[in-house]
Ligand binder design. Structure first.
Ligand code: PLP
Length: 283
C-alpha cells in the first residue's frame, strides 16, 4: 500500500519518520478517520472542522487548507482503488521534530503529516445482529473532546474487553456512561434517544451528530443527557455510533440483556435513514 508521509508518497514499508518527532515521543498530535462511500469522503466539512479544532486546542500551529482532499485523491489513484471499494481514510498531524523537552520550542517545527487509505469492510455481523459490550473505568484525561493520537487508555480498554469475550467497552466516569473506546453511545427509552452531551468527557462524533440530525428530521426526540450504570437495565435499546461501524446495535452490557436481546426498532430505523442518506448523496 502507498501511504503519504511528509509530502511524499511511499510504499508503507519505506515510509519513515524522525525519532524526534513529538508524535513519536509524546503522542503530541491529532488525527481524523474518514469513511469513503463510492470514492467520496463522508461529512468532509464536519471532519475538517473537528480536525482544525483539535489542532488549535493542542496549540499546533497548522491551518488546514485542502490537503485532506488532495492527499485522498492521490492515495486513491496511486493505490488503484475502485469506487466500489469500502475504504477508510486516516490522517494525523503531529507537532513535528524537536529536541525532547516537554515545553514547546520557540521556533515552531514543521508539522508532521501521515495519511493512509485502506480497504475496510463494515462488520456486517455486528451491524445486523448487535454486540455484547462491557463497562470499564474511564481513566482517560479530561480532554476527550480533542481527537488526540494518545489513545493508550482506549486501546487497553478495548483489548481487555476483547480478552474478556466482549466486542468493546463503554467508559464509565463517576457512574456515568460516557462513550465507547472508538465510538459514541446512544440509548433509547420510551422512544426517546439519550446520549452524553458533547462535553470534554466525549469526542463529539461526526456519526453521533449525524444520527442526532436524522432523529430531528424523523421526529425522534433527543435528550443529551447521559445514562448512569444503575439505569442500564431500564433501557429499551442501545447502540454505538462511529465512522467505521455507522450504527452498531448493543444487545448486552456486562450481564444485562438490552430489550429482547436483538437490534431494537429505532436502532433499525436509524440504520435505514443513514443508508438512505448515503444512497441519495453518494451514489
Ligand atoms: N469516541 C471516540 C473516543 C472515538 O475515537 C471516536 C472515533 O474515532 C468516536 C467517538 C466516534 O467519532 P466519529 O463518529 O466521528 O467516528
Amino acid at each position: 500500500m502507498i501511504v503519504y508521509v511528509n509530502e511524499k508518497y511511499l510504499e508503507e514499508n519505506d515510509a519513515q519518520v524522525n525519532v524526534n518527532d513529538r508524535g513519536y515521543l509524546f503522542a503530541d498530535g491529532v488525527y481524523e478517520g474518514f469513511r469513503i462511500y463510492n470514492g467520496k469522503i463522508f461529512k468532509l466539512q464536519e471532519h475538517k472542522n473537528r480536525f482544525q479544532r483539535s489542532l488549535d486546542e493542542l496549540k499546533i500551529s497548522y491551518s488546514l487548507k485542502d490537503e485532506i482532499e488532495e492527499v485522498f485523491k492521490n492515495l486513491f489513484k496511486k493505490n488503484n482503488y475502485l469506487k466500489e471499494d469500502e475504504l477508510f481514510y486516516y490522517m494525523q498531524i503531529t507537532r513535528g521534530v524537536a529536541p525532547r523537552d516537554h515545553g514547546f520550542q520557540k521556533e515552531k517545527p514543521k508539522a508532521g503529516i501521515y495519511a493512509f487509505l485502506s480497504k475496510k469492510k463494515i462488520n456486517l455481523d455486528a451491524y445486523n445482529n448487535g454486540v455484547k459490550i462491557c463497562t470499564t473505568a474511564d481513566n482517560r484525561w479530561a480532554r476527550c473532546d480533542i481527537k488526540c493520537i494518545s489513545l493508550i487508555a482506549n486501546c487497553l480498554a478495548k483489548q481487555t474487553a476483547v480478552e474478556d469475550g466482549f466486542f468493546d467497552a463503554l467508559f464509565v466516569h463517576d457512574g456515568v456512561i460516557t462513550e465507547g473506546t472508538s465510538t459514541n453511545v446512544c440509548f433509547i427509552k420510551d422512544d426517546i434517544l439519550y446520549t452524553h452531551a458533547a462535553t470534554n468527557r466525549i469526542l463529539s462524533g461526526v456519526t453521533r451528530n449525524f444520527v442526532l440530525d436524522l432523529c430531528k428530521e424523523n421526529d425522534i426526540k433527543v435528550v443529551e443527557f447521559p445514562l448512569t450504570t444503575n439505569k442500564i437495565s431500564d433501557v429499551d435499546e442501545a447502540f454505538l455510533t462511529g465512522t467505521s461501524g455507522e450504527i452498531t446495535p448493543i444487545i448486552k452490557i456486562d450481564n444485562i440483556t438490552i430489550g429482547n436481546g436483538k437490534s431494537g426498532k429505532i436502532t433499525k430505523k436509524l440504520q435505514k435513514y443513514y443508508r438512505e442518506y448515503v444512497n441519495n448523496n453518494f451514489y
